[in-house]
Design a protein. Structure first.
Length: 95
């Protein structure tokens, strides 16, 4: 449970960006498949940026908790997909 809390702590600064991207995707193409591919690409881009910058020092905290980089970003992807699908499907009902 502590690991999930730590992963959610890592996800917290990216929530607003995720909702902004969800809104843009909803305006452009409200289908689910492009949403999943876009989110996957963005998680890979985030991983690359963190790995190649000084922000990789943040990953030491998660490694000390026993969370590998793969586990961190894959869980981040699934949490983001869950939040995004909930957001998109809720908005589709009202639009």
């Amino acid at each position: 449970m502590n690991q999930l809390g730590a992963i959610l702590l890592f996800y917290k600064p990216y929530v607003l960006w995720s909702f902004a991207i969800n809104t843009l995707l909803l305006a452009y193409n409200p289908d689910i498949i492009p949403l999943i591919f876009t989110k996957f690409f963005l998680v890979l881009l985030l991983w690359f940026i963190i790995k190649e910058s000084h922000a990789r020092k943040k990953l030491v905290f998660y490694k000390n908790l026993g969370i590998s980089t793969f586990k961190l970003f894959s869980t981040l992807f699934f949490i983001d997909i869950f939040v995004s699908l909930t957001f998109i499907l809720t908005l589709k009902v009202f639009i």
